[in-house]
Ligand binder design. Structure first.
Ligand SMILES: *Cc1c(COP(=O)(O)O)cnc(C)c1O
Length: 221
């Protein structure tokens, strides 16, 4: 059994069927993605548009591709024809552009609002107040080719489990509020290799796991 298949089957045993596992394949070659695919994995995540559009045509068409990294408006057009879920929507302007490109492809594109929960300057995302304003806005209702189906958050990169748990708890509490004003929210995307068990305990429905499946990433070449 390959390491990837072993890692995947161990992960699958740990998590319930209600939690969707996104295999984050960024920096890893298509051969590795094929190994995971052969084991039955169908959800894959990439954080860069260029890498995603390079890999997608080389792989089976029934893969659900998740864009999990920061997305610039001028790059939406490249992924609009095939992307399954965009996790990183952090502005109304970006939603408008996704809507426009989805319309051109005659598609409805599912999106998550990325919420800023970490104690780090470097992470992207909307504040709770900004997300609420967006979800309540009349303008959002005009965008008929996108569907906001949930929220995504990244915890602080720290060893302090209690801080991570606190951040996930805060996002889950906000999610429960947000569902009341916007009932089509059904997905809460939180948790990565280092913190997915904490995230699930705190109510995550979708985890994004990379290194725990594919091994450490090599950024040197
Ligand atoms: C890379 C990445 C992940 C996966 O990280 P691992 O620590 O390798 O599991 C999850 N979410 C986002 C947004 C990422 O960019």
């Amino acid at each position: 059994m390959s390491a990837i298949v072993k890692n995947l089957s161990e992960l699958k045993k740990q998590i319930s069927n209600e939690v969707t596992l996104i295999a984050v394949s960024k920096t890893h070659p298509v051969e590795k993605i094929k190994e995971a695919y052969a084991f039955g994995q169908r959800h894959f995540g990439e954080n860069k548009v260029q890498e995603l559009t390079a890999k997608q045509p080389q792989l089976p068409a029934d893969i659900n591709w998740h864009l999990i990294g920061h997305l610039q408006t001028n790059k939406v057009k490249y992924i609009a024809p095939f992307v399954s879920l965009i996790h990183s929507v952090d502005s109304f302007k970006l939603l408008q552009e996704i809507n426009k490109q989805a319309q051109k492809c005659n598609r409805i594109i599912n999106c998550l609002l990325q919420i800023y929960i970490a104690d780090e300057e470097t992470k992207f995302g909307l504040s709770f107040e900004e997300a609420t304003l967006l979800l309540k806005s009349e303008e959002l209702k005009q965008l008929t080719n996108i569907r906001v189906v949930g929220l995504m958050g990244m915890a602080t990169n720290t060893d302090d489990d209690e801080q991570i748990r606190k951040e996930f708890k805060t996002l889950k509490r906000y999610y429960d509020q947000a569902v009341k004003i916007y009932p089509s929210l059904t997905i809460l995307s939180m948790g990565m290799s280092s913190d997915y068990m904490l995230a699930i305990e705190e109510g995550s429905t979708m985890i994004r796991v990379g290194s725990k499946i594919f091994g450490e990433r090599d950024y040197t070449h």
